[in-house]
Design a protein. Structure first.
Length: 97
């Protein structure tokens, strides 16, 4: 239900382009999957984490969006752990607030 947050670039957020330096959204993620652009699981997971982190950094700490991103980040870390991948391998880990 919170997936709307990651579907496209939030044009209405003027600070977004100042905060987010490497942009990816779910549409690009799906396109990359369909076109076989991910050579490894690490590359795919890195883009998923980048989507989550971009949303974290572009929302206020007390917003519903930020809290949804934090929850998704925790869930994602659990899933990645089940794949025996260390989060440090993804090297896009972000902390905020």
């Amino acid at each position: 239900s919170d997936g709307w947050l990651f579907r496209s670039r939030p044009h209405a957020a003027p600070k977004y382009s100042k905060v987010v330096k490497q942009y990816v959204d779910l549409g690009r993620l799906v396109t990359n999957l369909n076109e076989g652009k991910y050579a490894t699981n690490i590359e795919f997971f890195r883009d998923v984490l980048l989507i989550i982190n971009n949303a974290i950094f572009s929302n206020n700490c007390d917003s519903h969006e930020y809290k949804a991103c934090q929850s998704l980040s925790v869930y994602f870390e659990e899933l990645v752990g089940e794949c025996d991948i260390n989060m440090r391998q993804l090297s896009v880990r972000a902390k905020r607030c």
